[in-house]
Design a protein around this ligand. Structure first.
Ligand SMILES: [Zn+2]
Length: 312
């Protein structure tokens, strides 16, 4: 079994993933529509090109959150954002989708000392991209019934004013396009990762994931249990609004969110979230490695199945 599905030869490399995280953070903030975002797109493209992946931008427009529409009588000015889509074996009609957001919040607005400071988003931003880059390196050479797509969502938190500026712009656009285009392929499952770099990792069941995609969610935590990755805790904790909501409710793709919403610790009340403390130093290679290892093994097991599982 280990030989046949290749699992003995495929090891998710935590240090490789952490290298991605560090280099992505070195770009600086990757706010939607900025130069930092363009540099990150180049980084991802350069990573996936040698892996023979098809890499495209899915462009869309959004209202400029810096301009208050109430100040204008004419339509609010639009900005161009872009999801980045990486496709492996694009001919496969049954597909698995891995995704994360790659934009960073414009400001660390929950930072008590410096809410107008610099937000690096090592955990809330780079960690997802880093895991997908390293995961993609393995999945690119993997055969099986499923093709693999990886999508980096823009505009997850293009938010200058909390509660006013809409979130999940990229995933909402992606979900609407998937429905509108009536693609000749189908996403069987999608897995979203967000804030998976926390050096003190605890990933509980997320409640929306259990509601929309219970089989998928339990199967991933089941893999973690077998691999003895104890940071995946099979208990419910938070109900989180994230990019998985549009995928579940608009695109009807059963989607699970893997997120550690206790940054840094369960007692800290998420004290580092959206602050200047979201840095490389508060993340670890081990955490990226644990999440990557579980996702790689889960995919290997999916690819070894020859029947498409039914969520509903
Ligand atoms: Zn965030």
């Amino acid at each position: 079994m280990a030989q046949e599905d290749g699992s003995a030869t495929r090891r998710f490399d935590a240090q490789e993933a952490f290298g991605h995280l560090k280099r992505i953070c070195a770009i600086g903030p990757r706010i939607s529509t900025t130069d930092g975002m363009l540099k990150q797109q180049q980084y991802i493209r350069q990573h996936f090109k040698p892996l023979k992946a098809e890499v495209t931008l899915q462009r869309f427009s959004a209202t400029n959150p810096l301009v208050d529409p109430r100040r204008f009588n004419e339509p609010a000015p639009q900005l161009e954002l872009a999801n980045m889509i990486v496709r492996l074996r694009p001919q496969a009609k049954q597909r698995l989708l891995f995704c994360c957001h790659y934009d960073t919040r414009p400001y660390p607005d929950r930072d008590r000392r410096n809410p107008q400071g610099t937000f690096i988003g090592a955990n809330d931003g780079a960690s997802g991209v880093a895991v997908l880059c390293e995961l993609g390196r393995h999945l690119a050479s993997l055969d099986g019934p499923y093709g693999i797509d990886m999508v980096f969502f823009d505009g997850e938190e293009f938010v200058y004013v909390d509660q006013r500026d809409p979130m999940f712009l990229g995933s909402t656009h992606f979900a609407n396009e998937y429905v509108r285009r009536k693609e000749n392929f189908r996403y069987v499952y999608a897995v979203l990762i967000d804030m998976v770099g926390d050096a003190n990792l605890q990933i509980f069941f997320e409640r929306n994931s259990l509601m929309y995609a219970p089989r998928l969610t339990r199967s991933i935590w089941g893999v973690a249990q077998r691999l003895k990755v104890r940071e995946f805790i099979a208990k419910e904790k938070y109900k989180i609004s994230d990019d998985h909501l549009p995928l579940n409710s608009i695109a009807r793709i059963p989607t699970c969110d893997i997120i550690d919403f206790d940054f840094p610790t369960p007692r800290s009340k998420n004290a580092f979230w959206h602050t200047e403390k979201d840095t490389i130093e508060n993340c670890s290679a081990e955490s990226l490695g644990k999440v990557g290892k579980v996702l790689l093994q889960w995919t290997l097991e999916m690819q070894a199945l020859n029947v498409a599982p039914a969520e509903r």
